[in-house]
Design a protein around this ligand. Structure first.
Ligand SMILES: [Cu+2]
Length: 173
């Protein structure tokens, strides 16, 4: 907070000393930042149905970055879970283990796929069961694109089989 205040006062000093063109440039930068809100597109978010007693679930999706600037997913939030974490799967010998990650990078003009066996959003201490055909709300927080609210489709476990195949193939490499 102290740094922010210092930066703000420095900025104010610069503004008062500098010609109006500086302010115009700053406005231009702000406008560019606004446009980036549409730069992140989340497609096909889904989760898998679980028995009512299951304490944790996971959400998967594709995240596309249509901007010139790399972005990253910083956090996620859902009213359906007490805790929401960003997770990856790592290999330890023959064992696959989930680990919490701080961020999930989305390269400029690239995409990242959250899928079984890879990155996912972990929903911990579920308040409601995940029922096939229903949806759950999820709020994503990106470093540059800011907050994006999405709705996640809950699929039946049968329907998930074909989607899992690429992730399982990947596990053999
Ligand atoms: Cu996980």
């Amino acid at each position: 907070m102290r740094l922010t205040a210092l930066a703000a006062s420095l900025f104010a000093l610069t503004l008062s000393a500098a010609a109006p063109t500086y302010a115009q440039q700053h406005e231009h930068t702000m406008a560019a930042t606004q446009e980036q809100h549409a730069s992140i597109v989340v497609t096909a978010p889904w989760s898998r149905e679980l028995p009512p007693t299951a304490p944790v679930g996971a959400a998967f999706m594709s995240i596309e970055n249509h901007s010139d600037q790399p972005d990253r997913l910083l956090s996620a939030n859902s009213s359906i879970a007490d805790i929401t974490e960003l997770h990856a799967h790592i290999h330890e010998g023959d064992v696959m283990r989930m680990v919490k990650v701080e961020t999930i990078d989305v390269p400029a003009h690239g995409q990242v796929t959250l899928q079984p066996g890879g990155y996912h959003i972990m929903l911990i201490d579920l308040k409601n069961p995940l029922v096939a055909g229903e949806q759950l709300p999820l709020t994503l927080q990106f470093e540059h694109a800011g907050q994006i609210d999405i709705t996640v489709d809950i699929r039946s476990s049968d329907a998930g089989t074909s989607v899992e195949q690429p992730a399982m193939d990947h596990a053999h490499h």
